[in-house]
Design a protein around this ligand. Structure first.
Ligand SMILES: [Cu+2]
Length: 144
């Protein structure tokens, strides 16, 4: 009887963990559409105030990213890079939109940070060790 209780507790816990990961993904997917509108509006108003983020804009393909956790990880790492002024990972499009100062950094360096974080960047494969350290929900096929 006791073991049964423990077993169901473990089951419940893993269920919460699994749905927790899925849930946060769904939330962002739903929010993204709404957010997009808001961002577009903010961009318009900042344009009027001429407070636009300056620099080159590059889109980096992230074919192996899975969810909103990946988005957070990649954005955090790319932001650390000197010369990066802005980064936005779009989960639905699996792409990172990076605004950078080309006198300080370049696309290769940005890709380097992403592959070191465990993700493929354009056609550069992820660092294997970093990939292995990712959460299960951030591994390839986790949400299929
Ligand atoms: Cu993820």
């Amino acid at each position: 009887m006791k073991t049964l209780k423990i077993n169901s507790a473990i089951l419940l816990l893993s269920f919460i963990l699994i749905t927790g990961c899925g849930k946060s993904d769904d939330k962002t997917a739903g929010n993204d559409a709404g957010k997009k509108e808001v961002t577009e509006q903010t961009q318009k108003s900042t344009e009027e105030n001429t407070a636009v983020i300056e620099g080159e804009v590059v889109e980096i393909k992230l074919p192996t990213m899975q969810c909103s956790m990946c988005k957070k990880t990649i954005e955090k790492e790319v932001k650390k890079l000197e010369g990066v002024n802005d980064v936005n990972v779009v989960v639905k499009e699996k792409v990172a939109k990076v605004t950078y100062d080309k006198s300080k950094t370049d696309v290769g360096s940005i890709e380097g940070v992403i592959i070191s974080a465990g993700y493929q960047a354009n056609d550069k494969p992820a660092n294997k060790e970093a990939y292995e350290k990712l959460d299960d929900c951030c591994k390839i096929g986790a949400h299929d």
